[in-house]
Design a protein around this ligand. Structure first.
Ligand SMILES: [Zn+2]
Length: 254
């Protein structure tokens, strides 16, 4: 077997906070921009995983840029992070943890979007990929999104629920403990491991997950827009509020 060393890059951008006392605090909004490439004629488009989150990230960054143009700047600073090599083992996010741009203690919360464009669908006999997930139809999840990490940081979960009041998505706090270890499977996980409050916005697995059929025409765009609005609102509230979310007691830093 030949091993190749391949240079890799995360892409980040920031909006600097306006409050002299809080601007060294950071809110991170993130998504991963890699997927699984191609094999011969077979192209893995990754429209949902994670084209959807990447598009959401760009829209949210643009909304911040416009707010700043209008003279509305958040109190805390906000980092927009497009991670690379999530599919190779969360490598981009782990690299940031190893060499962060600021002290990890300064991060008040991470809002990670990975797969925000489909309806969760688990079929009977769906196979090992769906281990531990209950059978459910796509229709039943038409307006639903899973929020993972809710039990690790109930404060951040409460903030997300509040942000959803004017948006009206069906929020499903679930999968923090399940057979598939879903909670460990996206870029918020390295942050949770280091005691940084983080949640994962995730519309769930479906039969096209990690196949060549994860294509843009299958995206639920109405819902995806709502998710982007929700993450924008939650990030703004996080940047503005006086206090900061805590981790659940068992996860407090030693
Ligand atoms: Zn993904």
């Amino acid at each position: 077997m030949t091993q190749h060393l391949i240079p890799d890059r995360n892409v980040v951008a920031r909006v600097e906070g306006a409050d002299p006392r809080l601007k060294d605090d950071w809110v991170i909004v993130s998504a991963h921009y890699d997927h699984n490439g191609a094999e011969d004629e077979q192209i893995y488009n990754g429209a949902d995983d994670d084209g959807s989150g990447t598009v959401g990230l760009l829209e949210i960054a643009e909304a911040y840029a416009r707010a700043v143009e209008r003279g509305q700047r958040p109190r805390r600073s906000v980092l927009f992070a497009a991670w690379n090599s999530e599919e190779r083992g969360l490598l981009g996010a782990w690299a940031f943890i190893e060499q962060p741009l600021f002290l990890l203690e300064r991060i008040v919360g991470v809002l990670n979007m990975d797969m925000i464009g489909r309806n969760e669908e688990v079929q009977v006999g769906g196979g090992a990929r769906f281990r531990g997930l209950e059978v459910q139809t796509a229709e039943s999840n038409n307006n639903a999104i899973n929020i993972l990490g809710y039990s690790r940081t109930p404060d951040l979960w409460a903030l997300v629920q509040q942000a959803n009041a004017g948006i009206g998505l069906e929020l499903k706090p679930r999968y923090d403990n399940n057979l598939s270890n879903l909670l460990r499977r996206s870029d918020h996980w390295p942050f949770l491991q280091r005691g940084v409050p983080a949640v994962w916005f995730h519309t769930g697995l479906h039969p096209d997950y990690h196949t060549v059929y994860d294509r843009p025409e299958k995206i639920n765009y109405d819902k995806m827009e709502k998710v982007a609005r929700l993450v924008y609102q939650a990030s703004w509230d996080l940047a503005q509020q006086d206090g900061r979310p805590r981790m659940a007691a068992r996860n407090v830093r030693p």
